[in-house]
Design a protein around this ligand. Structure first.
Ligand code: GRF
Length: 208
């Protein structure tokens, strides 16, 4: 299975995918390209170190969003990937791309959807909301991307305990270490092995 990984920042989720492909935990999968909207994203360094092609394409380089959307989709299609992995990608996915890649785009969100998700809940703001509300358990969700925000069929979730002395930063780190870096690679492996299907808007996972 050929995948494209879309990134904007540090690339720790990308690194987890690279490491688990190399360790054999993710089966028959290769990263064809890493695409970033941020030329300074450390994720691009991680890709280069792993010998993976990195491409930078940003809405800022286009006169309008339609022009970016068209170019972004053409660039993606040129890599003939089976799955698009959004690993902290801070660009709105074009609707045409969602249509062309129906149930072939996955995202990692740092909460247990449907809690603390949707517009305004991204990055540290998710963990600030968790601490503000005083919930005792949070976690991460890997889901297919549809036309909504964090509304596509859920593939995997993993819970993480909130500690009394947590700050948004310490909580974010623990959710990444104990949940994101585990469920995103696992979801990719399940999809690569043909274990995931979507029926009536919900995923069915059948281990093979
Ligand atoms: C992670 O916190 C993830 O929950 C969110 O974006 C961040 C990406 O971090 N979607 P990294 O670039 O993978 O380190």
């Amino acid at each position: 299975m050929r995948i494209a990984v879309c990134v904007s920042g540090g690339g720790t989720n990308l690194q987890a995918i690279i490491d688990k492909i190399n360790s054999g935990e993710i089966h028959n999968t290769e990263i064809a390209v890493v695409i970033s909207n941020n030329k300074n994203a450390y994720a691009l360094e991680r890709a280069a170190k792993a010998g993976i092609e990195g491409v930078c394409i940003s809405p800022k380089d286009y006169e309008n969003r339609e022009a970016f959307n068209k170019s972004f989709l053409e660039k993606l299609n040129s890599y003939n990937v089976d799955l698009v992995v959004l690993a902290g990608f801070l660009v709105v996915i074009p609707e045409e791309m969602i249509r062309q890649y129906r149930n072939r785009i996955i995202n990692i969100h740092p909460s247990l959807i449907p809690s603390f998700c949707g517009t305004g809940f991204y990055g540290l703001k998710v963990h600030e909301g968790v601490l503000e509300r005083g919930v005792k358990v949070t976690g991460a969700t890997c889901h297919f991307v549809d036309e909504g925000t964090d509304t596509g069929p859920i593939i995997l979730q993993k819970a993480v305990e909130v500690m009394e002395d947590d700050t948004p930063e310490t909580l974010q780190r623990r959710v990444m270490e104990q949940a994101e870096w585990i469920i995103m690679p696992r979801a990719i492996d399940l999809i690569a092995r043909g274990c995931v299907s979507v029926v009536d808007g919900k995923t069915k996972i059948i281990e093979k």
